[in-house]
Ligand binder design. Structure first.
Ligand SMILES: *Cc1c(COP(=O)(O)O)cnc(C)c1O
Length: 411
C-alpha cells in the first residue's frame, strides 16, 4: 500500500487525444481569440443547452463578468450561500457591492428556499442578485429559488463549477442540463484541473439573454466595441464616405483582459467530448463510496440526496462525526495522507473568513457551521478504480479507529 501513488482529492484525466488537440492548436495560426475558442464556446453551449456560452480566463473571471454584466455596484447586495469557494462572494466586492450570506442545509451544503428568504430579510431592498451554488455536484432547488428571486426582481447567477454534467429534474419541465439557465440569468463554470473537465485554467458563462451575452463578451475584452452600429462618437468612428474607419474601436466603459487562449480552449474542447464518460464514471465511484461507507454509519454518513436533479459530481463528501470517533479532523487527514490518501475540507464558511468577519461582524449560520464541522472531501476523479475507493475507505476507517485492526490496538 505504501508504494501506491498518492491519491489527491481531485485530479485531471488527460489522455493522448487531449495532448494531440493542444499540439494542433499550437501549430495553428491563432494562439488566442482564434477558432478553438469559438469551437469550444459553440460546443459548450450545445452540450448544456444554452443559447450563448462566453469563455474566459477562469471561473473567478466568469463570476466577476456576471457582476459587471448585471451592473452591480456600491449599495447593492448579493445573496451567497456561506458554504462555497471564496470567489462566489468576492465577485460582488470586485464591483463595490456587499454580500449577505445565506445559511445552508447541513446535510447537503445547499442554500434552500427558506435560508434564502432569511438572507433576503437581512439584506433588505439592497439585494439585487442571488448566486446559488451547486455544492459538490448537487443542484440547489432552482425552481423554488428562482420563483422567490423573480418575485423580488433579483437577478439569478448559478455558480455551477461543481455540477457540470448534471441536470435538473424538477417539475418545471423535462430534464435539462445544468448550464441551460432554465431557472437563471447566467450560469458559470470553471475548468481548473480539479474540476470535472480541465483546461488548465479556464471558465465559461452561459446565458440565454443576448444583451447579457454581448455585455459579457465586452467585459472580457477591455470593454472594447468594434461593431459600427454601436459606435457613439460618429465623428471619430466614420470617414468622409460614411464607412467605419478600419482602425477604430471604442470603449464606453473599461473592461478586463479575461480572454481564454486557443491552447486552453483546445484542451477544454477535447475534454468536453469526454464529459458524459467522466460524469458517468464519477457517479459509479460515488455509488461505490456510498456502499463501502455504509458499514460505518452513524460515524460516517453520506450527503443527503436532492430529489430534483441528477448530480454532476465534483466532490465526494463524507459527513463525519469526529467527536463520536474521538479523532480530530486534522489528525485524521494527516493519518490518511501518510497512507497515500489526500482529502480536503470544502469549505470554511465564508462568514468566518477574516475579511468577511471583519467587514460584516461575527454571525451565526448554524447549518453552515454544522456542515463545516463534519465535511471531508475524499478523492474523486475520473481515472480512479474500484480498488482506489476501497483503499480510501480503508485509510479513512483506520484513521478514525473504526477498522478491526486498529480497534484491537486502540481500545
Ligand atoms: C473552482 C470554483 C470557482 C473558481 O474557479 P477558478 O477557475 O478556480 O477561478 C468558483 N466557485 C466554485 C464553487 C468553484 O468550485
Amino acid at each position: 500500500m505504501a508504494t501506491a501513488p498518492f491519491l489527491p482529492y481531485g485530479k485531471q484525466l488527460i489522455e493522448d487525444d487531449d495532448v494531440a488537440a493542444v499540439a494542433e492548436a499550437l501549430r495553428g495560426d491563432f494562439l488566442t481569440t482564434g477558432p478553438s475558442v469559438t469551437a469550444f464556446e459553440e460546443a459548450f453551449a450545445a452540450r448544456v443547452g444554452a443559447r450563448h456560452a462566453i469563455s474566459c480566463a477562469n471561473g473567478t473571471a466568469a463570476l466577476h463578468m456576471t457582476a459587471l454584466a448585471l451592473g452591480l455596484k456600491a449599495g447593492d447586495r448579493t445573496i451567497v450561500p456561506a458554504i462555497t469557494f471564496l470567489a462566489t462572494a468576492n465577485c460582488a466586492r470586485y464591483v463595490g457591492a456587499e454580500v449577505t450570506f445565506a445559511d445552508v442545509d447541513p446535510s447537503t451544503a445547499l442554500m434552500t428556499d427558506a435560508s434564502m428568504e432569511d438572507a433576503l430579510a437581512r439584506a433588505g431592498s439592497a439585494a439585487k442578485a442571488v448566486y446559488p451554488v451547486h455544492m459538490n455536484g448537487q443542484t440547489a432547488d432552482m425552481a423554488a429559488i428562482s420563483k422567490r428571486a423573480r418575485k423580488r426582481g433579483l437577478a439569478i447567477v448559478e455558480d455551477a463549477c461543481h455540477a457540470l454534467g448534471g441536470a435538473y429534474r424538477d417539475a418545471d419541465g423535462p430534464e435539462a442540463p445544468v448550464g441551460s439557465c432554465r431557472h437563471s440569468d447566467m450560469a458559470i463554470f470553471s475548468f481548473h484541473p480539479v474540476k470535472i473537465i480541465a483546461s488548465g485554467e479556464g471558465g465559461m458563462v452561459t446565458t440565454n439573454d443576448g444583451t447579457l451575452a454581448a455585455r459579457l463578451r465586452r467585459e472580457r475584452n477591455h470593454g472594447m466595441v468594434r461593431e459600427p452600429s454601436l459606435f457613439e462618437d460618429k465623428d471619430q468612428a466614420f470617414g468622409p464616405d460614411g464607412s467605419a474607419n478600419p482602425w477604430y474601436y471604442e470603449m464606453p466603459e473599461p473592461g478586463f483582459n479575461y480572454r481564454l487562449t486557443d491552447i486552453h480552449a483546445a484542451l477544454g474542447l477535447s475534454q468536453l467530448k469526454k464529459l458524459d464518460r467522466f460524469a458517468a464514471r464519477r457517479r459509479e465511484l460515488v455509488a461505490l463510496y456510498d456502499r463501502a461507507l455504509a458499514a460505518y454509519v452513524p460515524v460516517i454518513r453520506p450527503l443527503s440526496r436532492t430529489p430534483h436533479d441528477t448530480p454532476g459530481w465534483h466532490l465526494y463528501v463524507a459527513l463525519i462525526d469526529f467527536a463520536r470517533a474521538g479523532v480530530d479532523r486534522g489528525a485524521c487527514m494527516r493519518a490518511m495522507a501518510k497512507d497515500g490518501v489526500g482529502s480536503q475540507v470544502h469549505y470554511l464558511p465564508l462568514h468566518r473568513q477574516p475579511y468577511y468577519r471583519g467587514r460584516y461582524g461575527a454571525m451565526s449560520l448554524p447549518g453552515a457551521e454544522r456542515y463545516y464541522a463534519e465535511a471531508l472531501s475524499l478523492p474523486l476523479s475520473a481515472q480512479m478504480t474500484g480498488d482506489d475507493v476501497e483503499r480510501v475507505v480503508r485509510a479513512l476507517a483506520a484513521a478514525l479507529g473504526l477498522d478491526n485492526r486498529t480497534d484491537k490496538g486502540r481500545r
